[in-house]
Design a protein around this ligand. Structure first.
Ligand SMILES: Cc1ncc(COP(=O)(O)O)c(C=O)c1O
Length: 382
């Protein structure tokens, strides 16, 4: 490969190249079956993914946003209910809360993990709080054990947004199985990325799984008999068949992501950047914090290296959420969103590409281009 070719955030062709034949065989199997919805592939995928996650129940659906909406609906959340969540996540997390008629209440994040701080969750509780919607952002699990205790103590539902944390575990237990419900996305760039849209909800109880199955199918459990208002949100046979192939390799893919992160970490040690740390990271993103974010992004672009701003505007500052009550300062989320930059990381990334990114980033900080930062850690760890 030309060493100066552009390095993208994700190269799905490079990722899938080694399993092309298996993918084509799976796609042909579905085409030849003539069945495209609610067939054997979806049933088999739900069984296989449920076993991998060691989840009591696994119910597939159309996408990760629907997974959140279905989970919140099945939990009976709606108008008058408050759901505590993070302001530093993809928009869909809070969008889903508003979609079911409930109110998102934002609790600030920790600078070490970019995830919700249990203490700030506690401070956000009111007598209308019904649930905590925790996100394991960028593949790094939140302090899920503490958050679970907190939810138990206050009789709150715990819902996990695992869109970015497929395969991440804490103390041997997968994200998505700590709470009452876990929501996953199979958007193509995700750790278990599909070939279009797809989603999944894990549930602790069979009762909840039955609710989810009714809700995803127009509120119906018996054909043409509708018990409640539902949705049309199905994973299709083609997605399920292709995801079954990728599920076989997910541990290898997450391992590859971790290896890339190790190289980045060792190259960036001692430089003027902060890196998130914690147990069980599966590196959906490798994100650095720097006061020179825009300059670093421009420097990488000049070297033909992509980088991305996940996420430049925290949710409480989104125009659409202007009317929401803000009940605590969200200082860390605001500081992090001004300083975060994600670097390319994907299975199939070559060693040469990884070195090029690592060298470019470290050269930026070692060269004069980067001015010394004045107390990045001091700002974040106030
Ligand atoms: C944290 C988070 N939650 C929810 C979603 C929504 O998933 P989907 O795009 O499959 O609807 C995403 C996807 O980007 C996400 O990153």
């Amino acid at each position: 490969m030309n060493s100066k070719a552009m390095i993208p955030m994700v190269d799905t062709l490079a990722w899938h190249q080694p399993i092309q034949q298996e993918l084509r065989a799976a796609a042909s199997r579905v085409l030849d079956s003539g069945r495209f919805l609610m067939g054997e592939e979806v049933t088999a995928f739900e069984q296989e993914v449920g076993a991998f996650l060691q989840a009591n129940q696994a119910v597939s659906c159309g996408n990760g946003t629907d997974a959140l909406i279905l989970a919140l609906s099945a939990a009976g959340l709606g108008p008058g209910d408050e759901v505590i969540t993070t302001p530093f996540t993809f928009f869909a997390t809070a969008e889903a809360i508003v979609r079911v008629g409930a109110t998102p209440v934002f609790a600030d994040i920790e600078p070490e993990t970019f995830n919700m701080d249990p203490l700030r969750i506690q401070q956000a509780m009111t007598d209308r709080t019904r649930a905590v919607l925790v996100v394991h952002l960028f593949g790094l699990p939140a302090r899920i054990q503490e958050i679970q205790w907190l939810c138990e103590e206050h009789s709150l539902l715990l819902i996990e947004d695992c869109a970015q944390s497929f395969g991440a575990s804490v103390n041997g237990r997968m994200t998505g199985t700590w709470g009452d419900l876990g929501c996953f996305s199979f958007f193509p760039s995700k750790n278990l990325g599909g070939f279009g849209d797809g989603g999944l909800i894990t549930a602790k109880t069979e009762f909840m799984a039955e609710q989810l199955k009714v809700l995803r199918n127009h509120g119906s459990s018996i054909q043409y008999r509708h018990e409640c208002m539902g949705f049309n949100s199905r994973l299709d046979e083609m997605q399920a068949a292709l995801l079954r192939v990728k599920l076989k390799y997910i541990e290898r893919y997450n391992q590859e992501r971790k290896k890339i992160a190790e190289v980045y970490r060792s190259c960036l040690q001692g430089l003027d950047v902060l890196l998130p740390a914690g147990q069980g990271h599966v590196y959906h993103q490798f994100t650095v914090l720097t006061d020179q974010r825009d300059q670093l992004k421009a420097h990488l672009a000049s070297q033909g290296i992509a980088s991305a701003l996940y996420y430049p505007i925290p949710l409480h500052q989104q125009p659409v959420f202007r009317g929401l009550p803000i009940t605590q300062d969200l200082f860390v989320a605001e500081q992090v969103s001004r300083r975060c930059l994600s670097l390319p990381v994907f299975p199939g990334m070559t060693a040469a590409q990884v070195s090029r990114v690592a060298e470019s980033v470290s050269r930026f900080f070692l060269d004069e281009q980067a001015e010394p930062s004045y107390g990045l850690a001091g700002v974040l760890y106030k």
